[in-house]
Design a protein. Structure first.
Length: 374
């Protein structure tokens, strides 16, 4: 006879918190709520603050370069620093990260050089960095497709018994895609060690969350797949790091995947081509600016005596050096070989690719016309 656990018992096991987990209130003060997870140690919070400040400066410089025409497009992540820095900091060296197009700060925290992060947006045919070296997949533009890759790679780590885990980032819009649900179902069935982090910034380009789902929260979507789920204040750096540290430990211990929903906000437009004033108000923007994650952590660390003006001045100088490095890298002329578009795609080129390559100004046909070999 098959014994089935009561539905209420199973449901409770995967139920996220009634309200997002929070350690710091918007004013940077410790909340009185009972902590569900261990608070990260002071030194990790100071390092997180440093990475957030540098990440924002990187983001600001990328926005400026886009306005100057050095980048074709750039999706700013301003306001989501806590989510992205915590995501990268929660991982070990052998763990894998699967980012989206907006997760440049996560890549920066992972140790990828600025020129590598922005290479694709500047016209490189590849992602700009070595995914194997950094254990970081190429940034994914189509919504949710990277989640399937993350689930598959996580399952491979499980089969090989490497001990490595995978963290996949996505936005609220991705939860409306079929790939999101397929990835969660696959990961749950095969107990793949993967953390799915949904950065719910309120909009899928211009579509508000209320027009995307009727679920009480995006975290609740994990319940139907038997996935442990949690929701967290995505603008609370302490809570973000605490929750993701615990999520990584949970999946590493063989408990299967975890779905984490981070409630945050995108301060800038969807990209530099977007006009956010068409779908959100100044009042809404002001509300979220008051909940800035960097300001919140700065207030807390100063109150605890962990940073001071001297530390802040040194960090500001470091940020200036980073911005100068980004400018120098992206203002330099980049050698672009269109012929590389036809390499490293198939083991043997298809007839269609050969025909397309012959149409290039410097392709085989042009070489033949100049007396070269075809």
């Amino acid at each position: 006879m098959t014994v089935v656990e009561p539905v209420s018992t199973v449901y409770a096991r995967f139920l996220p918190a009634d309200v997002p987990v929070q350690y710091l209130d918007p004013a940077g003060q410790l909340t009185s709520s009972t902590a569900r997870y261990p608070r990260p140690p002071a030194e990790r919070l100071v390092e997180m603050y440093r990475k957030m400040v540098l990440g924002r400066r990187f983001d600001e410089q990328a926005v400026a370069l886009t306005k100057q025409g050095r980048l074709a497009v750039y999706p700013s992540a301003r306001g989501q620093e806590a989510c992205q820095v915590a995501a990268a900091m929660s991982l070990g060296r052998d763990d894998w990260m699967f980012p989206t197009y907006r997760d440049s700060m996560a890549l920066f925290t992972r140790g990828i050089e600025p020129a590598g992060i922005l290479g694709l947006l500047a016209g490189d045919w590849h992602c700009g960095y070595d995914p194997v070296r950094y254990r970081t997949a190429p940034q994914c533009t189509p919504l949710a497709t990277q989640l399937l890759h993350a689930a598959g790679l996580a399952y491979a780590q499980l089969r090989k018994d490497t001990g490595a885990v995978v963290l996949a980032l996505c936005g609220d819009g991705a939860t409306s895609e079929g790939d999101f649900h397929e990835a969660l179902n696959f990961a749950a069935v095969f107990r793949a060690p993967v953390v799915f982090l949904v950065q719910n910034n309120g909009f899928a380009i211009s579509v508000p969350l209320a027009r995307q789902t009727a679920a009480p929260s995006l975290a609740h979507k994990g319940i139907g797949y038997g996935i442990g789920s949690e929701q967290v204040d995505g603008n609370d750096p302490v809570a973000m790091l605490a929750v993701l540290d615990e999520a990584r430990r949970y999946v590493s211990d063989g408990n299967g995947p975890v779905l984490v929903e981070a409630h945050t906000y995108r301060v800038e437009g969807h990209t530099n081509a977007d006009d956010p004033t068409r779908y959100r108000t100044d009042t809404e923007l002001a509300f979220w600016r008051e909940r800035d994650p960097i300001t919140r952590l700065d207030t807390y660390l100063r109150a605890e005596g962990l940073i001071d003006d001297t530390f802040a001045a040194g960090l500001a100088a470091e940020a200036d050096e980073l911005a100068a490095e980004v400018r120098a890298a992206m203002n330099a002329d980049r050698a672009v070989d269109a012929g590389q578009l036809f390499e490293h795609v198939f083991a043997e080129q298809t007839a269609q690719l050969r025909e397309q390559q012959r149409c290039l100004p410097d392709g085989p046909a042009a070489e033949a016309g100049r007396g070269g070999s075809a």
